[in-house]
Write a protein that binds this ligand. Structure first.
Ligand code: ZN
Length: 130
C-alpha cells in the first residue's frame, strides 16, 4: 500500500518549466509556441489557445520591455539577498515572463524600458537593461 512517503522525492512536478530553466541556463531563452504555427503563447498554456493543437518550446530573441516591476525588501529566496527587483517582462514575441533584474545599483528601471536576457542559474532567470 502506497503513502505519500513512497512518492518519488525528485519527481519533476512541472517538466515544461524545468526544461525552460534547463535551456535558459545554457543561454537559450524559450517560450511556448503553437506547433501548428499560430505563434507564441503564454507560458502557462499547455495547448494553443487559438487552435487547440499542442505547444512546443521555441527559442526567442531574449529582448523585451518592462511591463511592471516590484522591489522585494524581504528575502524570499536564499539565493536572492534583499533588496532585489522582479520584473514582469513582455518579450518581443508577446508572452510575459517574471524575471530577476540583473543590474541593482545602476540607474532606476522604468516601465517601458528595453531589457535583455542576461542569463539563468539556480532556477532564476535574469534580465538586464538593453
Ligand atoms: Zn495554434
Amino acid at each position: 500500500m502506497g503513502s505519500r512517503l513512497d512518492d518519488e522525492p525528485t519527481k519533476d512536478v512541472n517538466p515544461v518549466v524545468s526544461e525552460i530553466l534547463r535551456r535558459a541556463k545554457t543561454g537559450e531563452l524559450c517560450c511556448l509556441s503553437c506547433a501548428a504555427g499560430c505563434g507564441a503563447t503564454d507560458y502557462a498554456a499547455r495547448i494553443c489557445p487559438l487552435c487547440g493543437k499542442p505547444v512546443e518550446l521555441r527559442p526567442v530573441s531574449g529582448r523585451g520591455r518592462i511591463h511592471s516591476y516590484s522591489v522585494f525588501h524581504a528575502p524570499f529566496n536564499s539565493k536572492l539577498p534583499a533588496p532585489y527587483t522582479v520584473l514582469l517582462v513582455e518579450l518581443e514575441e508577446g508572452p510575459r515572463l517574471a524575471v530577476v533584474f540583473d543590474g541593482e545599483g545602476g540607474p532606476p528601471q522604468k516601465v517601458g524600458d528595453a531589457v535583455v536576457f542576461s542569463g539563468a542559474d539556480d532556477g532564476i532567470v535574469r534580465f538586464s537593461m538593453a
